[in-house]
Design a protein around this ligand. Structure first.
Ligand code: HAM
Length: 423
């Protein structure tokens, strides 16, 4: 048997997935977001320029497509890949289509691809719902955006056991000065014993040292300078404003001074929603401000922006623990038509057709099974009624309808069936 590719999943029941998307659609409509779609394939360069060459996603996890034949003459700059996230694509779409109205408030969802080591909650093909506000400089927008997410998780998905981790990583200039300061600290005797991986991070992606899992490194970084203490006046005041506005909007959060997120495009506000109920991969939503991204990928000018993406599989894992609290729409009642013999199949088709046209959910058992096994099947399918068609029914233009819950049986005219079931 040919099995599925490692790190991918078959979804055989999408009830929860659809529930999340339906809830998100109605929630986001209230906040005036609209739905957009971008391609699943993009130029590799888009992510190299936006997420950063030295991030894990770009340096280790990209699915680069090698086209066959003629197309294999693609020049290096035109390499194509499967998207690892959607923010860069949305920013590209904004710039490429010359969108004029800002803030451009959009959401998109679908599969993303990262070549990571698979484990619970971490896949190579996973699904994100990505929400972006492009072209807004106001920190009040960040407060409203975070409140919108918090309300979604709390009120729409009824999640309780989660934390919102928040940090402010300053503007580009602050970051530049801070990176030098942090490198200075790492070159000092106090940091002489950091691990090999952190030595590499020190050169290429120094802000990520804080993610190191080594306890010795963690101990050392307790004395490292913090970005919040090294910000310009404007950023310091915006950070204060953000905290005040979140409190005003009753959003509880925990300040995590070492949260920097794994992608290079962030500045100022960064945040993550995480839950202990998820195990090691505990972040189910992450995001932040990205004021330079549109400019970086070739837009005419920078567009200050904020956004976030949630991992749908991780949210499904959380909802599975919480099903009783959710009002997941019930499937419509199922009616099962059972022709007892070949002679009644034509009639079964006609009756089913009439019910389908009336919008009634019907399964027709056409495999020629015995009455006993058709009854078993109807039970297994969770039928509301079994509609039996034997010789007598055919002759008398009736049907025998069995209520599968009470066991009660009635004989009614075929012409009354739609009305009976609709009642
Ligand atoms: P991210 O933190 O890389 O951010 O991913 C967002 C969420 O996607 C994570 O919190 C997690 O729930 C889910 N996720 C990521 N990788 C995997 C995986 N391998 N398997 C399952 N779930 C995963 C971004 O992607 C940014 N584009 C977020 C953003 C939007 N920032 C601004 N706008």
């Amino acid at each position: 048997m040919i099995s599925r590719v490692k790190g991918t999943q078959d979804f055989l029941d999408l009830t929860l997935y659809d529930f999340i998307i339906d809830q998100a659609r109605s929630h986001l409509a209230v906040y005036n977001f609209s739905h957009v779609e971008t391609p699943i394939i993009e130029h590799l360069e888009l992510f190299q320029r936006s997420l950063g060459e030295h991030t894990d996603v770009v340096s280790k996890e990209m699915f680069v497509i090698e086209p066959k034949g003629e197309a294999s003459e693609v020049k290096p700059g035109e390499k194509i890949c499967l998207r690892p996230e959607a923010t860069a694509s949305v920013a590209r779409a904004f710039a490429e289509n010359g969108v004029q109205t800002t803030p451009w408030k959009v959401f998109t969802y679908g599969p993303m691809f990262r070549y990571e080591r698979p484990q619970k909650g971490r896949y190579r093909q996973f699904h994100q719902l990505s929400i972006e506000v492009i072209g807004s400089n106001s920190i009040a927008q960040d407060a409203q955006f975070i409140k919108m997410l918090d309300r979604f998780f709390h009120e729409k998905l009824k999640l309780n056991n989660y934390a919102l981790l928040l940090n402010f990583i300053g503007c580009a200039q602050d970051r530049k000065a801070y990176v030098e300061k942090l490198q200075g600290f790492l070159n000092s005797p106090a940091a002489a014993q950091i691990c090999g991986q952190c030595l590499v991070r020190k050169e290429h992606n120094v802000l990520r040292i804080f993610d190191c899992k080594t306890s010795l490194c963690q101990e050392i970084y307790k004395n490292a300078p913090l970005i919040a203490d090294n910000m310009c006046e404007q950023c310091t005041s915006e950070w204060k404003q953000l905290q005040e506005q979140l409190s005003l909007l009753s959003v509880s959060y925990a300040y995590k001074p070492t949260l920097v997120r794994g992608l290079d495009y962030y500045n100022k506000t960064v945040f993550e929603f995480s839950s202990e109920n998820l195990g090691a991969q505990n972040a189910f939503c992450g995001g932040g401000r990205y004021d330079q991204l549109v400019g970086q990928i070739g837009g005419r000018e920078d567009q200050p922006s904020i956004g976030a993406a949630m991992g749908i599989e991780r949210i499904m894992l959380l909802l599975e623990q919480n099903l009783d609290k959710l009002r997941i729409p019930q499937k419509p009642a199922l009616q099962v038509i059972m022709p007892f013999a070949k002679e009644q199949q034509m009639l079964a088709l006609l009756l089913a057709d009439e019910l389908h046209a009336a919008g009634i959910t019907v399964e027709t058992l056409l495999e020629g099974d015995s009455i006993k096994s058709m009854m078993k099947k109807a039970n297994k399918l969770g039928a509301a009624h079994a509609i039996m068609l034997g010789e007598d029914e055919q002759q008398n233009r009736t049907v025998t309808v069995k209520n599968m819950i009470t066991g009660e049986q009635v004989i009614i005219a075929q012409t009354e069936l739609v009305g009976y079931l609709k009642k």
